[in-house]
Design a protein around this ligand. Structure first.
Ligand SMILES: [Zn+2]
Ligand SMILES: [Zn+2]
Length: 288
């Protein structure tokens, strides 16, 4: 009865073990770990990080922030501004204190926009002194997010992940309590929910895995791991959601796509961190 259809017949004929035809089992959690088996991670201080008070804003105006990242353009190219869709040679579709026909070029990527359009875009974000080019996503300054306050714990547990039998495992435990949304959130003053916390995540305790953890700690400090929004799985709004940096929450299998083995995971997450402006260079900057 286990063998039905052509697959069953072929497998029986080949004498393969029956277990190959059983559905794979979901293994979300590692075997029990006692407190004495948990170790801190060599080269990474502490085992827990709480949300620190928001870095004091320097009180710069949007124009002062943007000036650092822009070059003046005297003769605008014969193109559209991709923010307001007006010609760059015509005034911006947005109003502002300065003449609406000022045009600037972003210094790293050379994309050109109306100054007013960039100011409007900056004011629409979380005004953290950073800017991201809307055309090519190049980041200017240090990008931060709106992750609500919480706690990130990280340590080594003595079990190996599928595909990483040569090393132990880094376990990350995120805990974010529900609360009330701040001015940087979608609905300031309204409460938000936080489902499924504490959330347990896993990395191999390899050299590359430790590098990913160090960068995730930078992402945590910059409030980029979680956001408040609408859950794509449940449709619930005003709830804590993951923010574009994928985590592995399935310890011993890969049925959800958020588990192991996944040989590309560490490279993928490094690329996702880089897209948020977090690379090995950030580790050096953070020490200053
Ligand atoms: Zn424009
Ligand atoms: Zn650009």
């Amino acid at each position: 009865p286990h063998h039905s259809g052509i697959t069953g017949i072929l497998m029986s004929a080949a004498g393969l073990p029956v277990c190959l035809t059983r559905p794979p089992k979901l293994v979300l959690h590692p075997p029990p770990v006692s407190k004495s088996e948990i170790q801190s991670i060599p080269g990474i201080s502490h085992t827990c990080r709480k949300t620190t008070k928001k870095q004091a804003k320097k009180g710069k105006t949007p124009e002062e922030v943007l000036k650092k990242y822009l070059q003046k353009v005297r003769h605008p190219p014969d193109e559209d501004c991709t923010i307001c869709m007006e010609r760059l040679s015509a005034p911006s579709g947005y109003k502002g204190p300065q003449p609406a026909n000022l045009v600037g070029k972003l210094v790293k990527c050379s994309h050109v926009f109306h100054l007013h359009c960039l100011v409007a875009m900056y004011n629409n974000g979380n005004k953290d002194g950073s800017l991201q080019c809307p055309t090519c996503k190049t980041i200017y300054g240090v990008k931060t997010g709106t992750q609500p306050p919480g706690k990130m714990e990280y340590h080594i547990i003595p079990h190996a992940l599928p595909g990483h039998s040569d090393c132990k495992t880094i376990r990350i435990i995120y805990n974010i309590p529900p609360g009330v949304q701040g001015p940087e959130h979608p609905n300031p003053g309204k409460s938000f929910t936080a489902r499924g916390f504490p959330r347990h995540c896993y990395l191999p305790d390899s050299e590359k895995g430790r590098k990913v953890l160090k960068l995730l700690l930078v992402a945590w400090d910059r409030r980029l791991i979680f956001a408040i929004g609408t859950s794509s799985t449940t449709g619930e709004s005003d709830t804590v959601i993951w923010n574009e940096i994928h985590h592995k929450t399935e310890f011993g299998s890969n049925l959800t796509g958020h588990g192991y083995p996944d040989i590309n995971y560490l490279d993928n997450v490094l690329a996702e961190l880089a897209a948020q402006g977090i690379t090995e260079e950030s580790l050096i900057q953070e020490k200053d």
